[in-house]
Design a protein around this ligand. Sequence first.
Ligand SMILES: Cc1cc2nc3c(=O)[nH]c(=O)nc-3n(C[C@H](O)[C@H](O)[C@H](O)COP(=O)(O)O)c2cc1C
Length: 193
Amino acid sequence: MNLNKKSDLLLKAFELIEDGIKNRDSLFHTLTMSNFDGKNISSRVMVLRDFCKKTRTLRFHSDVRSSKVKNLKNNKSTSVIGYDPKLKTQIRFQGVSKVNHKNKKTKEAWGESQAISKKCYSVMDGSSAIIKSPMKYDFHMKDIVLEDGYENFSTIEFQFNSLEFLYLQRQGHRRCRFLWDKKGKLSSSWLVP
Ligand SMILES: Cc1cc2nc3c(=O)[nH]c(=O)nc-3n(C[C@H](O)[C@H](O)[C@H](O)COP(=O)(O)O)c2cc1C
């Protein structure tokens, strides 16, 4: 990678994100997503499930009953960030999220999910509910009908129109922002790190 070439940085960002889908050791496998809850910015770690370069879309999975999904229905604006200290690389995205629930896309994603992931969606009362004791909410696989969880399963499709790549190095960092307009036309600028 030539750190002084913007196109190389974008390729690297796409490569790292693509690798993060399946590579559990990648620090881009779990990304931090932030959105607006009506009063404050709310952030949480989420597993990256898929990335489509063509549409610039990252896919995440979540419980439709969760706070984040409720908030995203009111305000789609979303920011996603990941950092790997070994690679000294931060990738920051901004864009909008779309929630899918009980449609063709969730059917496909649910079909590809493993039992260990499916079981979370059978949890009583739903993610983010206030409870008296956590033990009542432990998973007992024998009591769960895995497929019932589909009712609560949603996918979040996050489409970014801004990607910022930051690489840290002693002699001078490299920070570059890539922006896509409504027609998908790309422009890029170096930023003071
Ligand atoms: C390593 C890790 C991975 C996580 N992956 C997901 C995920 O893929 N989807 C999800 O909804 N929550 C995931 N969580 C839990 C969220 O960070 C968060 O606590 C939960 O979804 C509730 O967030 P909310 O109240 O903002 O909706 C993960 C947490 C950790 C620590």
